[in-house]
Ligand binder design. Sequence first.
Ligand code: ADP
Ligand code: ADP
Ligand code: ZN
Length: 214
Amino acid sequence: MKIIMLGAPGAGKGTQAKKIASKYGIPHISTGDIFRANIKAGTELGKKAKSYMDQGLLVPDELTCDLVVDRISQPDAANGYVLDGFPRTIPQAECLTDALKNLGGQVDYAIDVDVPDENIVNRMSGRRACLKCGATYHIVFAAPKSEGICDVCGEKLVLRDDDRPETVLNRLKVYHDQTQPLIDYYSKAGVLKTVDGTRSLDEVFSEIVGILGE
Ligand code: ADP
Ligand code: ADP
Ligand code: ZN
């Protein structure tokens, strides 16, 4: 089962992708997590990606596509995966379609988590991230057991630099300009499924399970 998650920044793609990965036993592949891990490790890729991410801009397609094609060719991805945060542009979608053709497959489901812009800034300002293990929380809607501490690994939680309201507005603009056209792309491919992302975490997940099957 090859799934991609679409939706604005903060719509809940990562939250749902992790639940999908765990229920269906497939890897969760997040380009944002891969870039953040590279920034933390101080790699060349991390240095390049950081300058774009800090401004709320997309990392160039050339840097992103190869990375994803390499990742989905790994043995653990043979039975499928859930891609979170990729593709984000039409050229990235075309790169994925071509790579899948070569590997003998196609995207089975493109799940669009639909949340209006008005809800996004609140979601993002309350998001807290663990930069060690990638877990995500919300101070109101998905609070950690102990304030400011990751339930999974005990690391201190942070407000991501790019989740500050000024940057969120840039990211929303980038989303509408560059990523939203993918909704049409995957609708034409016949694999688009839209879920109402304004509902609770569990309600959104039930809707997704209704689409993917028990
Ligand atoms: P969110 O989950 O809030 O949408 P991500 O963690 O997916 O954020 O992405 C954070 C940042 O990483 C993006 O704003 C962008 O700069 C960069 N990024 C992640 N995925 C991609 C991608 N597929 N193409 C280009 N840039 C990306
Ligand atoms: P994305 O990966 O699309 O950027 P996240 O999954 O990181 O989004 O979610 C953004 C923030 O909103 C996080 O703090 C998360 O805990 C919270 N969140 C996710 N889904 C919901 C929901 N259905 N209702 C309320 N808050 C949510
Ligand atoms: Zn953690």
